[in-house]
Design a protein around this ligand. Structure first.
Ligand code: GLU
Length: 588
């Protein structure tokens, strides 16, 4: 269904009726109830979260349980070999805090890592290498979140994932397709090939896949805590694997430069969220080093000056694309790790600056390329004189749905929106032998050559797009949303918010609608089936144009907090297989 065909402002009662029309046993992308809720892309992960909620765990406990299970069932998107961003709402204190556990460049990492001799290297070569691996932050993030805001131990929350890894799970078509896509990369690394390939080809769909090595790793964490990852044998294995990637005969992979001290010194960061307002909602999102919260807030600030709800849908969508383009021009030019770069975040978030950017939009005609603006006069302290030099050219890659996002809430009203990743599908492709997890290639999220705020530097975190978001209305949670998909994460979250708030689509339809992603590139990314649609043709009337290569964009998960006190968990109905939404039964 195209968004234009959506009924307007269905009540939450209808959403609930829809949810209950799905048989209880089916893997369902939609569920409503009155206790805790979870939405992930994986049934075992959602079940892990529900089991923890039912045992009395809170949203933080359940989020870590789901994440650990996702590390087993979606090992090409996420896991302990990577990092992520968690947004936590603490209901009793009515407070939001965010946890940055992004991978970090090792101390010996060099700015020329991906541009030897000054020339940016081939992206695929950069990915499948020890050099691409950042110091993993996931385990530190899980630990810090549990220690400060959880109620359970690693032992308790990892138990469901250990069982999935030990007993196995049936791989689906989506899993097989991802292995197929990565055959060449996985074949380079024997420990990865042994787990995911048979005679160099993917295992067939329906195969029961076990990962005893990962079960062992999780047991080590359950017994030894965070230290078991960042020191000792496992840390040594990570460092050895990065510095001397164990490759198949005839294959070569560039070595990294990670030291035991990089792991021992790794820290997650508690950060204040990015806050913005949009048509009576307060949006709370991820700050730098993710560009997600700032870019989404800026695009919405630009859009707020247009009455999208009252205009023809195509015109409103044209404005959505133009606002995204302008926000991306600034994001691409200014945003990077805040510990290394003084980004003009206040200016970018100011409503006055958004008004100036809005003036650049032609409501009848696509711009095709936007230059970065000048947010510095809108900084609270406009005297900050340093403006970074940036080429403004964005590296736009095929980013479909790498990464994973999960949403959890508990019966006390706490919420966790959590996006975590190993960067590309299958990360660097390098499994730590004997430990069952794939190492990230997050360092390739740096701009390979400068000048640019996001160039590689030792100890720096590459700019991300991950956008776990919580929206409030009248001081109460309204919904939470996030998605995978590289830089398309920003447009997926933005578009879904516009679909929901401006076009009045209930969240399931807002998620389901065809995604169109404008990131100030040459053309807008679209999904299969969109080209030639009435919606596409209407937008072409504004001069919008589409990228020829089409693929699914994102795999979002959301929870809606209905005005009557019920909750509705919403996952994808068709993208990336079908997602899994679950809610607690009354009485838990
Ligand atoms: N590395 C990406 C980011 O941090 C996430 C991976 C992806 O979805 O492509 O934005």
């Amino acid at each position: 269904m195209t968004p234009t065909a959506q009924p307007r402002r269905l009540t939450s009662t209808i959403i609930i009726a829809l949810a209950f029309s799905v048989p209880a046993w089916a893997k369902s992308p939609l569920a409503s109830g009155s206790g805790g809720a979870v939405a992930t892309i994986s049934a075992p992960a959602s079940q892990a979260a529900l089991a923890i909620l039912n045992k009395g765990g809170n949203a933080v406990d359940a989020a870590v349980a789901a994440a650990a299970a996702l590390g087993v069932t979606d090992p090409f998107s996420c896991g302990v070999g990577g990092g992520g961003f968690m947004v936590i709402y603490l209901a009793r204190e009515n407070r939001v805090i965010t946890l940055d556990h992004r991978e970090t460049a090792p101390a010996a990492f060099q700015s020329s890592a991906f541009a030897p001799g000054g020339k940016a290297m081939d992206y695929d070569t950069a990915i499948a290498s020890g050099m691409a691996v950042g110091v993993p932050g996931t385990v530190r993030g899980w630990h810090d979140a549990l220690e400060r805001y959880g109620t359970m131990s690693f032992k308790q929350v990892l138990a469901p994932a250990i069982k999935v890894a030990q007993d196995g799970f049936r791989i689906n078509d989506n899993f097989v397709a991802l292995v197929k896509e990565n055959e060449k990369k996985f074949a380079m690394f024997p420990a990865t090939a042994a787990q995911y390939l048979k005679d160099g080809k993917p295992l067939p769909a329906g195969t029961l896949l076990r990962n005893p090595d990962l079960a062992k790793t999780y047991r080590l964490l359950a017994q030894g805590g965070v230290k078991a990852f960042y020191s000792g044998k496992l840390a040594r294995a990570i460092v050895d694997t990065v510095n001397q990637p164990p490759v198949a005969a005839g294959a070569t992979a560039r070595a990294g430069r990670m030291a035991l001290a990089d792991l021992a010194n790794y820290e997650a960061r508690w950060r204040q969220p990015v806050r913005s307002s949009y048509r009576g909602y307060e949006l709370v999102g991820m700050p730098l080093p993710s560009s997600g919260g700032v870019a989404i807030a800026q695009a919405l600030n630009i859009l707020e000056g247009f009455d999208l709800a009252s205009m023809p849908r195509a015109k409103a969508e044209h404005l959505y694309l133009e606002a995204a383009r302008l926000a991306f021009a600034d994001r691409n030019a200014y945003l990077a790790d805040p510990e290394f770069v003084e980004a003009p975040v206040q200016g970018l978030l100011s409503k006055e600056y958004a008004a100036r950017r809005r003036e650049l939009i032609d409501p009848t005609r696509a711009r095709h390329h936007a230059e970065a603006g000048d947010p510095y006069p809108y900084q609270q302290d406009p005297s900050v004189p340093l403006r970074p030099a940036a080429s403004g050219k964005a590296r736009l890659l095929s980013e479909s749905a790498h990464t994973t996002h999960l949403a959890v809430s508990d019966q006390d009203g706490n919420i966790v929106a959590y996006t975590f990743t190993i960067e590309s599908w299958g990360g660097s492709g390098i499994t730590v032998p004997g430990y069952g997890f794939i190492l990230n290639n997050e360092m390739t999220d740096f701009d390979f050559s400068g000048p640019h705020p996001n160039v590689p530097e030792a100890g720096k975190r590459p700019r991300s797009s991950m956008s776990p978001t919580i929206a409030f209305r009248n001081g109460k949670p309204a919904f939470t949303i996030g998605s995978p998909g590289g830089s398309t994460i920003i447009t997926t979250v933005l578009q879904t918010i516009v679909n929901h708030i401006d076009f009045g689509m209930p969240m399931p339809q807002a998620l389901d609608a065809p995604r169109i992603s404008e990131r100030n590139g040459l053309a807008t990314s679209i999904e299969p089936g969109f080209a030639g649609s009435a919606q596409a043709r209407a937008l072409e009337g504004f001069g919008q144009r589409w990228d020829a290569s089409v693929e699914e964009i994102g795999a979002a998960n959301a929870i809606v907090f209905n005005p009557d006190g019920t909750v509705t968990a919403v996952s994808e109905g068709k993208r990336h297989g079908v997602g899994s939404a679950l809610v607690q039964k009354r009485g838990h």
